[in-house]
Design a protein around this ligand. Structure first.
Ligand SMILES: Nc1ncnc2c1ncn2[C@@H]1O[C@H](COP(=O)(O)OP(=O)(O)OP(=O)(O)O)[C@@H](O)[C@H]1O
Ligand SMILES: [Mg+2]
Length: 234
């Protein structure tokens, strides 16, 4: 794949088959060709089970593709060994997980701080970064509360704060407004819009019509049974 320099992310024939080579093999997505420009917001749509979360796991370097190529920020990440892939992800990528994946026994502040831990920062700097991002997403009043005691909407905010605290270039958010009412979803979309204006690149999966109509969105991709059926530029 000849990577174009103005593209932040490019994939070619990207595919993921779980349990590859076994009787229970299942192809979650196949032949995904994607081109994402820097400082844009791409929306990922598709019915439940169409492969959105699986695709986000591979694009965000949390999981390896079974086939195809993935090029991000000038690096052919699909060829990187595990150790370098993890390092690349920590440096450049933030992920808001569909099911939050918080450590329920830890306070909110410690959950948000997790991506900062590998960098050996002082506890004072960590606390100030956590406080700043928690304020931005509206969860600063719960920093000392254990994540397990939060409401769904509050957990969603913690998951968003944790994805952003490391100041990543590329942000993947898997149904980030699913547990928020419209007023709170609007606030989170404003945070995403501010991030885009600050130079970040976003890919957001959603079922939420409110998100689909938001001016933040530049491009839309639709998955159907793991295949890209339409990619439209707004
Ligand atoms: N680890 C796995 N092993 C086997 N099959 C899996 C695995 N993870 C996901 N799948 C299957 O891959 C398909 C796509 O799942 P995925 O979670 O990516 O869909 P989705 O579009 O995110 O759905 P939703 O909108 O419900 O979140 C599903 O049929 C699912 O059962
Ligand atoms: Mg999903």
């Amino acid at each position: 794949m000849a990577a174009s320099s103005d593209l932040l992310l490019q994939s070619e024939t990207l595919s993921k088959t779980y349990h590859w080579g076994k009787p229970n093999a299942f192809t979650a997505f196949a032949d995904i060709h994607l081109s994402i420009e820097a400082q844009t917001c791409t929306l990922l749509q598709g019915a439940s089970g169409s492969g959105k979360t699986s695709l986000i796991a591979v694009l965000s370097c949390l999981d390896k593709p079974t086939a195809g190529r993935l090029h991000i920020l000038g690096e052919m990440v699909s060829r990187l060994p595990e150790k370098f892939l993890t390092l690349f992800r920590r440096q450049h990528i933030g992920v808001v997980f569909q099911h939050f994946q918080l450590v329920e026994d830890l306070p909110v502040a410690q959950n948000i701080a997790i991506p900062l831990l590998p960098w050996g920062l002082s506890s004072r700097l960590i606390a100030s970064k956590v406080a700043e991002i928690a304020h931005q997403v509206g969860i600063a009043h719960k920093l000392e509360v254990k994540a397990g005691f939060l409401s769904g909407g509050e957990k969603q905010r913690v998951a968003i704060a944790r994805a952003l605290v490391n100041n990543p270039t590329l942000i993947f958010a898997d149904e980030p407004t699913a547990h928020l009412d419209q007023a709170n979803a609007t606030q989170i979309l404003q945070v995403f819009q501010d991030l885009k204006h600050a130079g970040k690149t976003l890919l957001i999966s959603t079922h939420d019509p409110w998100v689909m109509q938001h001016p933040l969105v530049d491009n839309k991709i639709r998955l159907q049974d793991g295949r890209m059926v339409a990619a439209s530029q707004i």
